[in-house]
Design a protein around this ligand. Structure first.
Ligand code: NIG
Ligand code: FE
Length: 414
C-alpha cells in the first residue's frame, strides 16, 4: 500500500547525502522543501517533490496536509520505559532538599524501582510500558531504545527484557533493547559490588545473549555507581556476546566513562552533564556518539551538558529523553529539542538533527531512520501550518502534531 501526502507546507529533514551522522557546523543545516508532496511504498519513503510536479499514483491513500509541515519522526536513543509505578515520593524529597545521590544512598532511587518491579507481573509491566509507548508515539517518536536495569537480579532483568521484546513485536514504533544489569548493585549483593559485577558478566550477559534479548549493553559509570575498571570489564564481556556498548557517563561527576567508552568503541556515551575539555577532545574523530539528555538536567536541577562547546569543537551530538521514573519522567522529544535550544543554545536545526539522524546513529540505525530520504523507513509526523522551523522548539507546549505515520501507516490522529 502507498500513501501520498500532498500540500505539505514545508517538508523538513531531507537528506540524500547518504551520511550516517551530521557533525559540527553542518548540524545547523537541515534540508527543507516548500509546498511539497511525499509518497511512500509499503513501509518506505519512495519519493518526494514540489506540488507543481505532483505525480498521479493509482491505488494509493491520499492525505492532504493542508499546509502543515512534515518532520522525520524523533529517534529516542536512551530510555528506561519499562518500570513499575512511579516515584513521586522522591520528587518530594528533592523538593525538600535531598540530592539524587543522597536518595540513592538511602536505598531509594533505582533500588526503589527494582523492588516495585520485582512485585509486578510481566503482563502488568507490559501494560504500563505500552501506555508510555502510546504517549511517545503521539508525541512524534518513531524509533526508541529501551533499557533494562530495574531488575538487578537475573530473573528480573530477563523479565524486563522479555517485556521489551513484547513491545518490539506489538508496538508500531521500532524498538531496540539494551541490557543494563549494571545500573546499581542489586540488594542481595549489598557491600559486594565486585561479586555483583562478576554475576553480571558470568551469568546475566550469557543468559541475555542466549535468549537474544538485547542489542546493546550499558553500565552506569559514575561516582557512587560503577567504576571505570568495572565498566571496561562489562563492555569486554558484552562485546564477546555481540553486544555493543552504550554507556551512562558523567552525569554526577567526570567519571572516566567517556574515555573508557571511546576506548571500547562504545556506540554512544550518554548524559555528559559533567564534561571538561579533555573529554570533548577524547570524543573527536571517534565512532562514539555523545548523547545528551537535557530532560534529566531539567528535572534534577543540575547543570546542562556543554552542547554548544561540543558542536563548536566539531563533534556530532545526539539528544534523547532518558524517560525514567527517577530523573526524567517524560519521553517528550519535542520538549527535549526545546531544552536543547533554550538551555543549551542549540539552533532549532541543530537540536532537530541531534534528535533524529544523530540519535538514530546512536542506535546504529541511521541508514534506515532519522531523515526524509528515499528508501528510508517512512516514519514522520505532520503538524498544523507553522510560521517557521524555530516555532517548533519555541512554542514548546503548543500541541502542533496532527498525524503520526510509522512504517507507512497512519497510527495516530491527534
Ligand atoms: O539515566 N543515571 C542513571 N539512570 C537513570 C536514572 C535511573 C533512576 O533514577 O531510576 C538516568 O538518569
Ligand atoms: Fe538513563
Amino acid at each position: 500500500m502507498s500513501l501520498l501526502v500532498k500540500n505539505i507546507g514545508t517538508l523538513v529533514g531531507i537528506d540524500q547525502s547518504g551520511r550516517l551522522r551530521v557533525e559540527g557546523k553542518a548540524m545547523t543545516e537541515i534540508g527543507m522543501l516548500e509546498n511539497a508532496w511525499l509518497l511512500t511504498d509499503g513501509d518506505r519513503i519512495k519519493d518526494y517533490g514540489t506540488m507543481d510536479k505532483l505525480p498521479s499514483v493509482e491505488n494509493c491513500e491520499v492525505l492532504d496536509a493542508e499546509g502543515g509541515w512534515l518532520f522525520p519522526s524523533f529517534c529516542d536513543s536512551h530510555t528506561h520505559i519499562v518500570y513499575a509505578g512511579s516515584r513521586e515520593q522522591e520528587f518530594l524529597d528533592k523538593i525538600n532538599g535531598l540530592s539524587y545521590e543522597e536518595i540513592a544512598k538511602r536505598g531509594g532511587g533505582i533500588l526503589n524501582s527494582a523492588d516495585r518491579l520485582h512485585d509486578t507481573s510481566e503482563d502488568e509491566l507490559y501494560r504500563q510500558a505500552m501506555e508510555r509507548i502510546d504517549e511517545i508515539v503521539a508525541m512524534g517518536t518513531g524509533l526508541v531504545e529501551i533499557k533494562s536495569g530495574y531488575g538487578l537480579t537475573l530473573e528480573d532483568e530477563l523479565k524486563i527484557l522479555r517485556v521489551i521484546r513484547r513491545i518490539r513485536e506489538n508496538a508500531p514504533v521500532e524498538v531496540r533493547a539494551t541490557f543494563l544489569g549494571a545500573h546499581a548493585v542489586g540488594r542481595a549483593y549489598k557491600g559486594r559490588q565486585a561479586d555483583y559485577v562478576e554475576h553480571v558478566c558470568n551469568d546475566m550477559i550469557p543468559a541475555v545473549a542466549k535468549e537474544g534479548l538485547a542489542d546493546f549493553v550499558d553500565v552506569f559509570c559514575d561516582r557512587g555507581f560503577f567504576t571505570v575498571e568495572e565498566t571496561a570489564k562489562i563492555m569486554e564481556v558484552g562485546a564477546k556476546y555481540g553486544l555493543r556498548a552504550k554507556i551512562h557517563a558523567n552525569e554526577l561527576a567526570i567519571s572516566g566513562g567517556v574515555e573508557v567508552g571511546v576506548e571500547h568503541n562504545a556506540l554512544s556515551v550518554d548524559h555528559l552533564e559533567s564534561m571538561g575539555d579533555e573529554q570533548i577532545e577524547a570524543l573527536r574523530g571517534t565512532g562514539t556518539m555523545p548523547t545528551m539528555l537535557p530532560g534529566c538536567a531539567f528535572f534534577l536541577g543540575i547543570s546542562y551538558p556543554p552542547a554548544r562547546k561540543m558542536i563548536d569543537a566539531g563533534l556530532a551530538v545526539a539528544l534523547a529523553s532518558d524517560f525514567n521514573p527517577g530523573t526524567a519522567p517524560s519521553g517528550n522529544m519535542r520538549f527535549v529539542v526545546s531544552l536543547g535550544s533554550i538551555k543549551m543554545k542549540m539552533t532549532p536545526a541543530e537540536a532537530l538533527n541531534a534528535a533524529t539522524l544523530n540519535s538514530a546513529a546512536a542506535m546504529g540505525l541511521s541508514h534506515d531512520f532519522g531523515s526524509i530520504t528515499r528508501g528510508k523507513v517512512a516514519n514522520f509526523y505532520l503538524t498544523k501550518p507553522l510560521p517557521s522551523l524555530a516555532y517548533l522548539p519555541y512554542a514548546h507546549q503548543t500541541p502542533v502534531i496532527r498525524k503520526v505515520v510509522l512504517k507507512g501507516v497512519v497510527v495516530k490522529t491527534n
